[in-house]
Design a protein around this ligand. Structure first.
Ligand SMILES: [Fe+2]
Ligand SMILES: [Fe+2]
Length: 188
């Protein structure tokens, strides 16, 4: 699923300048659960791109803004495992969207508009309580959770989203995850 879209010319034209950027490349060194922030960001942008292409047949939607916002949604400054903060408001899950937003504005101002800003700032909804304003932002907040956590099967991973480690709890049934995966896979 991922490979097919990654080789998609339209997708690649949208993302190529960001992918080539050295600061973005540095995210290969940032661990994100089982992969790197670089890989995770590409996966979220691919899932977002697929959903946006699918929905654009029915409603007005900016495929480019959605895809770029997705690619930059975790463009924060330091690996979250390096954050030793104990105060809840300073935990990675609560503050990295703002940091990613500020960093994106610094490094990629040419891609920043109302939609891409909203996507990055609000992708942690509902953890960050202000809801997304645009359909593009809703897609990314969904795609991020779908890709990064397998939250539909592993609620035990949810604390990682906030930036803390807790002992594992029992996994829930996999039905919803399978349904969502099938939905995304069938879009092309
Ligand atoms: Fe994030
Ligand atoms: Fe993410």
């Amino acid at each position: 699923m991922i490979g097919k879209v990654y080789n998609n010319k339209e997708y690649y034209v949208i993302v190529k300048n960001i992918l080539r950027n050295s600061e973005f490349q540095r995210r290969k060194e940032f661990k994100h659960h089982n992969d790197s922030v670089y890989d995770h960001s590409i996966q979220v942008s691919i899932v977002t791109y697929k959903i946006a292409c699918h929905l654009s047949r029915h409603i007005p939607i900016s495929i480019e803004d959605a895809t770029i916002g997705a690619l930059l949604h975790d463009f924060y400054l330091t690996p979250w495992r390096d954050n030793k903060e104990k105060e809840i408001k300073n935990l990675h899950g609560f503050n990295h969207a703002r940091i990613a937003y500020e960093n994106s504005c610094n490094i990629f101002p040419q891609y920043m508009n109302n939609k891409t800003k909203d996507i990055i700032k609000k992708h942690m909804f509902p953890l960050n309580i202000i809801p997304p304003r645009y359909i593009e932002s809703w897609i990314v907040t969904f795609a991020d959770k779908f890709v990064s956590l397998n939250v539909f099967t592993k609620p035990s991973e949810l604390p990682k989203y906030v930036g803390i480690s807790l002992p594992p709890v029992k996994d829930c049934p996999k039905t919803l995850y399978r349904f969502t995966k099938k939905f995304v896979s069938n879009m092309y």
